[in-house]
Design a protein around this ligand. Structure first.
Ligand code: PMP
Ligand code: GLN
Length: 398
C-alpha cells in the first residue's frame, strides 16, 4: 500500500499503526478478509453478517431510491431518521432527546467517533480508553493530537479493575471513551463500572463518549446506555449505528445523541468530513429503528445462539474461551502466538480469526499475545462447518 503523508501518517505513527516498512498498513480487518478471499477460508475475522437486513428495511431502501431520495440529505440527517432515533432512545431507554437539536446522523459510527473527538479534544488532552480497543480509536485520538490512556481489560471476564479505572482518569482527561457492549471481547460492563465512569467524569469534568453499536446484541437482558445514568446525560455523546442491528454494515448510517452545544460542535467537523450521505438508507434505518420489540429481542437471541455454536466449536477444538455476553465476537486462548496462529489458520484449517494484539497499544501486546477473536455473525451451518474444521486442529501440533 502506498503510504500516506502528513497528519494521518504522523497519527498512525503515534498510534503505533505503521508497518515494519514504515507504511500506513491496511487495517487488520482488510488484511484478514483478503486472506480469507485468497484461501477460500471461512471468514470469522472481520465482523459482517452473511444474512440480509430485515425485509421491511430493505424494502424501504428500494422505495426511497424509487421515490427519488438520492440527493444530499440535510446536514444533521433526514428529519424522519432523527425523529426515529429520538423515539428509539425514548422507547428503549427512557432517554428524551430533541430530534432537531440533539441528534446528528453520520457516516457510520466511525464518522461519529472521528468528528466527536476531532471537535471536542485538544492536542495534549488525555482520552481514557478500555484496552483492547477498536482499531480506529487509536488512529483518531492520535489525529486529534491527544494522548490515549489505556485501562486494561483482562482475560477471562474482561471487566476493568475499578482502582485502575479511577487511577487512569485525572484532570487532564478530556474524555472517557466507552465501548459497551465491547468489541473485541463481547463483554458487557457491570453496573459498578458504568457508575464509576460517570462519577469520575463528574469529578474531573470530563466528557463521556460512548460507542454502543452492539446495543441490540446483548444475549440476556437489555443494554443500559451510560446516558441513562443520573448525572451522565449532560456530559455524554452517545454513538451508535444501524450496521450491526440491521445486518447492514455496508450502509454506514450512524448517529450520535448529545446535548445541543456538543452536537453543534461535532457538526462543525462533520460538515467538512462527509457533509452528509446515504440518502436512501436513512429512511430505511428509520424504518428499522421503529420495528416492534420482538425484532430486537429475536436479533439478540439469534446472535446468542450463534455465539453458543461458535463457542462449542472452539471448545471442542481444545481452546479455552471467554463466553461473550453480547456482540458478534468470542475470544479464544489459542495457547500459541496469536499473530502467527492467525496467519497460518486459513491454510491449516480453512478459518480466519483476528489476533487481539491488533486491538492493543504496542506496550501491552504481551497481555493479549495468545488471544484470538472469532466472529459468530454467520449462518449456523457456516459456524458448524467452521467448528468441524477447527476440530481437526485437535491432535495436530499447534
Ligand atoms: N465501533 C465498534 C466497536 C465497531 O465494532 C465498529 C465496527 N463495525 C464500529 C465502531 C464502526 O461502525 P460503523 O460501521 O457504523 O462505522
Ligand atoms: N467492526 C468490524 C469488526 O470489528 C469491522 C470493521 C472494519 O472492517 N473496519 O470486525
Amino acid at each position: 500500500m502506498t503510504t500516506s503523508s502528513g497528519p494521518w501518517r504522523r497519527a498512525a505513527d503515534a498510534a503505533g499503526l505503521l508497518s515494519e516498512r514504515g507504511d500506513v498498513a491496511p487495517t487488520i480487518f482488510a488484511e484478514m478478509s483478503a486472506l480469507a478471499a485468497a484461501t477460500g477460508a471461512i471468514n470469522l475475522g472481520q465482523g459482517f453478517p452473511d444474512e440480509d437486513p430485515p425485509a421491511e428495511v430493505l424494502a424501504e431502501a428500494r422505495e426511497a431510491i424509487a421515490r427519488g431520495e438520492n440527493q444530499y440529505p440535510p446536514g444533521r440527517g433526514a428529519v424522519g431518521l432523527r425523529e426515529a432515533i429520538a423515539r428509539h432512545q425514548a422507547h428503549h431507554y427512557g432517554i428524551a432527546v430533541d430530534p432537531d437539536r440533539e441528534v446528528l446522523v453520520t457516516a457510520g459510527a466511525t464518522e461519529a467517533l472521528s468528528a466527536t473527538l476531532l471537535a471536542l479534544v485538544e492536542p495534549g488532552d488525555e482520552v481514557v480508553v478500555f484496552e483492547p480497543f477498536y482499531d480506529a480509536y487509536a488512529a483518531i485520538i492520535a489525529l486529534a493530537g491527544a494522548q490515549l490512556v489505556p485501562v486494561p481489560l483482562e482475560w477471562p471476564d474482561f471487566q476493568p479493575d475499578l482502582d485502575r479505572l479511577a487511577d487512569a482518569v485525572g484532570d487532564r482527561t478530556r474524555a472517557i471513551l466507552v465501548n459497551d457492549p465491547h468489541n473485541p471481547t463481547g463483554a458487557v460492563f457491570s453496573p459498578d463500572v458504568r457508575e464509576l465512569i460517570v462519577r469520575l467524569a463528574e469529578r474531573h469534568d470530563a466528557l463521556i463518549v460512548t460507542d454502543e453499536v452492539y446495543e441490540h446484541l446483548v444475549f440476556d437482558g437489555s443494554h443500559t446506555p451510560i446516558a441513562s445514568l443520573p448525572g451522565a446525560r449532560e456530559r455524554t455523546v452517545s454513538i451508535s449505528s444501524g450496521g450491526k442491528t440491521f445486518r447492514a454494515t455496508g450502509w454506514k448510517i450512524g448517529w450520535l445523541t448529545a446535548p445541543q452545544d456538543l452536537v453543534t460542535a461535532v457538526q462543525t467537523v462533520k460538515q467538512y468530513l462527509t457533509f452528509t450521505g446515504g440518502a436512501p438508507f436513512q429512511p430505511a434505518v428509520a424504518r428499522g429503528l421503529g420495528l416492534p420489540d420482538a425484532f430486537f429481542e429475536e436479533t439478540a437471541r439469534d446472535m446468542g445462539r450463534k455465539a453458543s455454536v461458535l463457542g462449542d466449536g472452539l471448545r471442542a477444538a481444545g481452546f479455552a474461551i471467554s463466553p461473550p455476553s453480547a456482540t458478534y465476537f468470542t475470544v479464544a486462548d489459542v495457547d500459541d502466538d496469536a499473530v502467527a496462529f492467525c496467519r497460518a489458520l486459513p491454510e491449516r484449517a480453512g478459518v480466519v480469526g483476528i489476533p487481539l494484539t491488533a486491538f492493543s497499544s504496542a506496550a501491552h501486546r504481551e497481555r493479549y499475545a495468545t488471544l484470538v477473536r472469532f466472529a459468530a455473525c454467520k449462518r449456523i451451518e457456516v459456524l458448524e462447518e467452521a467448528a468441524d474444521r477447527l476440530a481437526q486442529l485437535r491432535g495436530s501440533t499447534r
